[in-house]
Design a protein around this ligand. Structure first.
Ligand code: HEM
Ligand SMILES: [Mg+2]
Length: 287
């Protein structure tokens, strides 16, 4: 076991600080989103950046390969930025895969890694499999945009019915922050109404906003507050980078703070205010 409990604990504290529940949203103004211009001179630019970027080969997973509820990591595995069998993902593998595949900074991989290993069925493991992420109630949660609630069906695979519900909110070729916020709140309303086992922990609630934020950070370049609907649909359905539709990996390396910013914008668009530690954003007591 290479991971010490101390470093895991520190990383958890760091990751908690990165979740939007702690954000003060009052200063975020949706009318003036404050998106920076697309600055390629940003010092965080990945040195590997090319003007026309081509991903590694996409290969559909085989029946023995491990895949889970995360379209981001499944995609990285399908392109070979993570082990194609989806198994034994260590911190180093994750850091390299997230940077090379999606241009996400190492610190972000560290933050998520120490969440991910909590889902391994092997206590204190220093690696995880993609399917581990689908163990309900650790990180996997209800109200997913493209996956069933665990009460109804396996929450790991893409689910056509759930996705159709989410897509119904995307009424224009470009998805906006407001549309995605509505879609996420719509999924929440559906789960509350139909799922007798509905629950959304404080952590899952924060994760869910962060997942939405990835639309703008990874499928767009993090500067526009909009993303092409066809990129998102292609990505979710195929778990493949939509380069054949014109998508390019972002030029400027994504920092965790960006996810906080977009999570905040999404929450604000949904009318969700600053969270406290006694109840979730919707008034449910925390578990
Ligand atoms: C170690 C890194 C990561 C971990 C541990 C992780 C974990 C997860 C988990 C457990 C879920 C399932 C939550 C649920 O919907 O029930 C999820 C969903 C999701 N992840 Fe990741 N993820 C990681 C990286 C990424 C990356 C790099 C992206 C973007 C490219 C991404 C985008 C998403 C999206 C959009 C969803 C929502 C899917 C849906 O609601 O249907 N994730 N992730
Ligand atoms: Mg889920």
């Amino acid at each position: 076991m290479k991971t010490s409990l101390l470093s895991a604990g520190l990383a958890l504290i760091a990751s908690a600080a990165a979740y939007p529940q702690f954000m003060d949203l009052k200063n975020l103004d949706l009318k003036n989103l404050g998106f920076e211009s697309n600055s390629n001179s940003n010092s965080n630019t990945n040195p590997n950046t090319q003007s026309s970027w081509q991903p590694k080969e996409w290969i559909a997973p085989g029946s023995d390969d491990s895949r889970g509820p995360c379209p981001g990591l499944n995609t990285l595995a399908n392109h070979g930025y993570l082990p194609r069998n989806g198994k034994g993902i260590t911190l180093k593998i994750l850091e390299d895969g997230m940077l090379e595949g999606f241009n996400i900074e190492h610190a972000d991989a560290v933050l998520l890694f120490f969440q991910a290993i909590r889902t391994s069925p092997i206590p204190f493991n220093d690696r995880f499999d993609l399917a581990d992420l689908g163990r309900h109630g650790i990180l996997e949660h209800d109200i997913s945009l493209s996956r069933s609630d665990a009460y109804f069906a396996d929450p790991k695979p893409f689910n056509e019915t759930v996705w159709a519900e989410t897509m119904s909110y995307f009424t224009t070729p470009m998805i906006s922050v407001e549309q995605l916020a509505k879609a996420r709140m719509g999924r929440l309303a559906t789960s509350k109404k139909t799922n007798p086992d509905f629950e959304l922990s404080w952590l899952a609630d924060g994760f869910s906003w962060g997942e939405c934020a990835s639309f703008f950070e990874i499928m767009a370049d993090g500067t526009t507050g909009t993303v092409r609907k066809e990129y998102i649909d292609y990505w979710f359905r195929n778990e493949r980078m939509p380069t054949e539709l014109g998508w390019q990996r972002r030029n400027v390396t994504m920092k965790s703070a960006e996810r906080m910013k977009y999570s905040g914008l999404l929450m604000k668009a949904a009318g969700v205010t600053k969270r406290d530690v006694a109840s979730d954003a919707y008034g449910y007591p925390l578990h």
